[in-house]
Design a protein around this ligand. Structure first.
Ligand SMILES: N[C@@H](CCC(=O)N[C@@H](CS)C(=O)NCC(=O)O)C(=O)O
Length: 195
């Protein structure tokens, strides 16, 4: 979704090649992605992995996702890192614990600690966003990444902050998001109807 959405925001056409879980772990694919994951990006001789790096590359190649002015551009990039490096890790760690550690004797205690880390981050983010429409001025790649991080919550009411829920809803209402989401959903609808 991150990469699709970025392409839609800048109005750039792209092709998608789906890979199976098996193929992701094959040596041929690992030449493109050392960790055997998706997404991978290819344009001519350039191959990139890491969704954040791919979105940054698209934002640097095309107008529309990063401010032109130098300081504003650097701040937007700082927020891109914040989304992936500061806000996303505790959210992912909590989800992984809920998936993989449920049966451990220490699960309840660990979950409480993880929940608290998520609560703190969301409170800080909510305070920082306040009543603003986007993180720093106009919509940018930073908002794109931050919203995909916040969308890890199954319901926006779980975010616990109405301004964050409204922020996500605002981003999801963007035509580029809607197109990316419809195309992503179509992949699953088609593959399910074939199953
Ligand atoms: N930090 C990476 C994470 C990539 C990632 O976790 N990809 C998942 C799908 S969204 C994946 O490939 N999972 C399969 C696996 O790890 O084997 C990024 O943002 O690109």
């Amino acid at each position: 979704m991150r990469v699709r959405w970025a392409f839609e925001e800048v109005g750039q056409k792209y092709d998608v090649r789906l890979v199976s879980f098996g193929e992701m772990k094959e040596p041929a694919y690992r030449k493109l992605h050392p960790f055997g994951q998706i997404p991978t990006y290819r344009d001519g001789n350039l191959v990139l992995f890491e969704s954040g790096a791919i979105v940054l590359h698209i934002a640097e190649q095309h107008a529309g996702l990063l401010p032109i002015e130098g300081n504003a551009r650097s701040r937007a990039i700082a927020w891109m890192f914040a989304a992936l490096n500061t806000v996303e890790p505790p959210i992912v760690e909590r989800s992984m614990a809920m998936m993989l550690e449920r049966n451990q004797s220490w699960y309840a205690e660990r979950l409480a600690g993880l929940e608290e880390r998520v609560r703190v981050r969301l409170r800080e983010l909510s305070e920082c966003l306040g009543d603003a429409e986007w993180l720093d001025g106009a919509f940018s790649a930073a908002d794109l990444l931050m919203v995909t991080v916040l969308r890890r919550f199954s319901s926006s009411s779980d975010l616990g902050h109405p301004n964050l829920a409204a922020y996500v809803a605002r981003a999801e209402a963007r035509p580029a998001y809607q197109r990316a989401f419809a195309d992503q959903l179509a992949v699953f609808t088609v593959s399910q109807s074939k199953a």
